[in-house]
Design a protein around this ligand. Sequence first.
Ligand SMILES: O=C(O)c1cc(=O)[nH]c(=O)n1[C@@H]1O[C@H](COP(=O)(O)O)[C@@H](O)[C@H]1O
Length: 309
Amino acid sequence: MINKLTEKIRKTHAPIVVGLDPMLNYIPKHIQEAAFKACGETLEGAAEAIWQFNKEIVDATYDLIPAVKPQIAMYEQFGIPGLMAFKRTVDYCKEKDLVVIGDIKRGDIGSTSAAYAAGHIGKVQVGSKEYAGFDEDFVTVNPYLGSDGVNPFIDVCKKEKKGLFILVKTSNPSSGEFQDQLVNGRPLYELVGEKVAEWGQECMGDTYSYIGAVVGATYPEMGKILRRIMPKAYILVPGYGAQGGQGKDLVHFFNEDGLGAIVNSSRGIIAAYKQEKYAQIGEANFADASRKAVEDMIADIDGTLQAAK
Ligand SMILES: O=C(O)c1cc(=O)[nH]c(=O)n1[C@@H]1O[C@H](COP(=O)(O)O)[C@@H](O)[C@H]1O
C-alpha cells in the first residue's frame, strides 16, 4: 500500500490528505434537513447526513488527491449508525481508488492490539471463514504501550501489505507535556522516532517503509530533526489550515526526492464554504468550495517545495 500511496502522490503532484471529519455543524442545512426528513432527528439521520456530505466532497475532490483520512471519533459519536457511515465512507473512497487512512489512534496490550489490527486492517476468523471488518489501507497507532502494543499491527501490515502512521510528535498545544520530556538528555519524541525507523526497516516498500509516523505541522523544527531520524518513513503531517500550519512550515518534512510527507487538512477542506475566502461559492455548493480549497492547498505546498529547490 505504501507503493500505491507513493505512486498516487507522484501522479497527482499532491502530497495531501483530505480529512473526512464530519461534525454535524459543518454539514450544510439542506443536507441535514433532507437526512432528517428521511430518517428523523435520530442517530440514523445524523449518519445519513454525514454520509451524503462525505460523498459529495469525495466526488468533488477524488481526482485531485491520493488519499483520505476519516477520523473515526466523528462517526463513533453517532453510535452504530455512525460506524456504518464510517464503513460506507471507507468503501466508497476505495471504489474511487483513494488510499484510505483510518484515523483510529489505537494501541493497547498485545492481545487487544491484535484485535484492533484484525478489525481495521486485517481479517477476523469466524469458524471456517475470514472477514475484513473495516478494511482501511493504513491506520494511525498510539505507541505509548511500547513494542508489544505496536507489533500486532506490524504483523498484520506484513501479511496484508497495509501500513501504519505511528504518533511521534502530535500537533496539539499540550503535546510537549509528555512527548518533549527529556530521557537521558533527549526528548521522548526523538526516541519514539528512532523506534519507528527501526520498526520500519523490516517493512520496506520500493523506496519507503510502510511504517510511517505522525508529526504535526505546528512543530516544523521538530519535523526537521525527525525527518533525519526516520529517512524512510512517510510522515503524516496534520495541523495544516485550521490548526495554523502553513505551506512554509512544511518544507523540512519532505525528503530531497520531494516525497516522504503527506499533509492532512480536515476542517480547512470539508468546511471551506464557511471561510470568508470561499464564502461567495455558497453553502449550496459546499463541495465546489472544498475542491477550490484542495487546489489552493496543493498550490501552497507545491510553491513551497519548488521555492526550496
Ligand atoms: O493522527 C492524526 O491524524 C492527528 C494527529 C495529530 O497530531 N494532530 C491531529 O490533528 N490529528 C488529526 O488530524 C485531523 C486534524 O483536523 P483539522 O485540524 O480540522 O485539519 C483530526 O482528525 C485530528 O484527529
